[in-house]
Design a protein around this ligand. Structure first.
Ligand code: ARG
Ligand code: ZN
Ligand code: CA
Length: 247
């Protein structure tokens, strides 16, 4: 493939309460959010600041198609990032053919170092392994019934970005490197709903921060773009020469 791809998706739902057993409608809603965000047809793309329009991705040429939903009930109330939800032997659900499908696991609650997390993902280096895919907490999956301010389905948009080789926009360090040249260097993560423009200085250079990028940590309603450089990085991964060519 040239980098344009329709990724087949398996959604694995592991639930204790009925609220955690997200409905088929909510799963469809989440897939629709991924398709809108990755094609640049999200309604809030109109909010992209004009200074960033020249470097916005537009259509990343990555699409998503739900192929199956697997459900399992559990007595577990909390999960960690140790991948137990991906093991049937630990009360989870084994991945379906991870070389060829994006597996998404939805669990009720997840913590890391004592704090609730919204989701986590494997990078392309894990392609095809038993633990390859994306995990999302049920309150942050889909839109209807999800938990504000993370109720627009963007946790999946963010985590799938990691799955397709994107780093956090601040490079996980003070003025770190996200390996994408058109995303301005950023001191740190942003949270909440920052007001545009927001400036920061790295190595003596003041820049306007692209906090509305899906790979920052802002609220779902405050993130609405990928950059062209991020698109290139994702396309390389799904291309015939890329680590995820099996999708
Ligand atoms: N990996 C991040 C976390 O742990 C997900 C951030 C998603 N951000 C969002 N606005 N949905 O929690
Ligand atoms: Zn992240
Ligand atoms: Ca950058």
């Amino acid at each position: 493939a040239d980098g344009s791809v329709e990724i087949p998706v398996i959604v694995n739902v592991i639930y204790k309460s009925s609220a955690e057993n997200v409905s088929d409608a909510r799963i469809a809603e989440q897939i629709a959010v991924l398709n809108a965000d990755y094609s640049g047809t999200n309604s809030d793309a109109s909010k992209i600041p004009s200074e960033f329009l020249p470097v916005s991705s537009g259509d990343t040429k990555v699409k998503f198609r739900l192929v199956n939903t697997v459900r399992k009930s559990t007595t577990k109330t909390s999960w960690s990032t140790n991948d137990d939800m991906k093991k049937a032997s630990k009360g989870g659900i084994d991945a379906t053919n991870p070389s060829n499908y994006l597996n998404i696991w939805v669990v009720g609650k997840m913590t890391s170092q004592g704090r609730t997390i919204l989701g986590y993902a494997t990078f392309p280096e894990s392609a095809g392994l038993w633990n390859d895919g994306v995990v999302i907490g049920a309150p942050y999956f889909g839109k209807t019934g999800a938990s504000s301010p993370f109720n627009l389905g963007r946790t999946a948009t963010h985590e799938v970005g990691h799955y397709l080789n994107l780093r956090h926009i601040w490079g996980d360090a003070n003025c770190g490197n996200d390996l994408v040249s058109d995303t301005p260097t950023q001191t740190t993560a942003n949270y909440g709903k920052p007001t545009y423009p927001l400036y920061n200085t790295c190595s003596g250079v003041q820049r306007s921060v692209m906090f509305m990028n899906y790979m920052d940590y802002v609220d779902d309603g405050a993130m609405f773009m990928f950059s062209a450089g991020q698109k290139t990085r994702m396309q390389s991964v799904v291309a015939s020469t890329g680590l995820r060519s099996g999708l």
